[in-house]
Design a binder for this molecule. Sequence first.
Ligand code: COA
Length: 236
Amino acid sequence: MANNFCIAFGLLRDCAGWSLRSMKRLGRFFIWQWRAKKRHSSIRSLEVALGANVGERVIIEKGVFIDAGSSIDNFSYINPNSSVENAVIGKFCSIARDVMIGPASHNYRNLSTHPFWHQDFYGFDCSGTASGAAIAKTRIGDDVWIGCNAVVMQGVTLNVGAVIGAGSIVTKDVGAYEIWAGVPAKKIGQRFDSNVIQDLVALDWCNLSPTDIQSLIVPNISNVEAVCKKPTSYHP
Ligand SMILES: CC(C)(COP(=O)(O)OP(=O)(O)OC[C@H]1O[C@@H](n2cnc3c(N)ncnc32)[C@H](O)[C@@H]1OP(=O)(O)O)[C@@H](O)C(=O)NCCC(=O)NCCS
């Protein structure tokens, strides 16, 4: 009898916990809808932390997880089921589906890699234990394209214009406008000649005003050299 009561009580407690968690997720989603409207952004995921920083005209698709320590700047998009932890993402980035950016590491120098010693959930007394080690930020520069199923390891920097092949595991920093692929990822090419890359880095087009992007970049999207040669106020 007492046993049945315990089971029923446990079930009730689990249901209440589940409803509370669902309501919290829904609440978060609606707050994001309100914030996104003001920023002309589209957030279709229930898993974006309220502490995350989302810019203007950003698209975050269903099932994307973004933690409170991360930010994603204007005009970037993230396709379904990707995950962003403790990362800074620049402008005009294209992030495909099932990409993982900055997955946290466990300290394998500890006696155990399991997090029982700093998460109350596992039933141990966690008072007085330090939480996990400081985690290095992962940095994704402007105009980076990351192919589907890629993993960008914690603390890695992808510089402006980088391209990461589908299924790659990136463990090292990637230079501006370089193309990397494989496991572990290696440089397989670069998008333009080195002198053009220098000009593009100097131009820093992603940080021009939308009006300048409209007049300089949009009509010349397939004519990089022409943009670089333009002796205008766009160049510093
Ligand atoms: C990285 C990528 C852009 C390179 O395209 P590309 O310049 O046409 O490259 P190529 O097909 O000429 O391949 C060049 C070399 O890199 C290798 N390579 C290309 N993509 C690779 C990948 N994802 N992983 C491992 N190796 C790769 C090729 O096998 C080839 O090797 P080889 O010279 O030894 O034969 C492309 O392969 C890719 O992965 N695109 C991502 C697609 C995607 O995820 N789209 C999602 C839409 S948002």
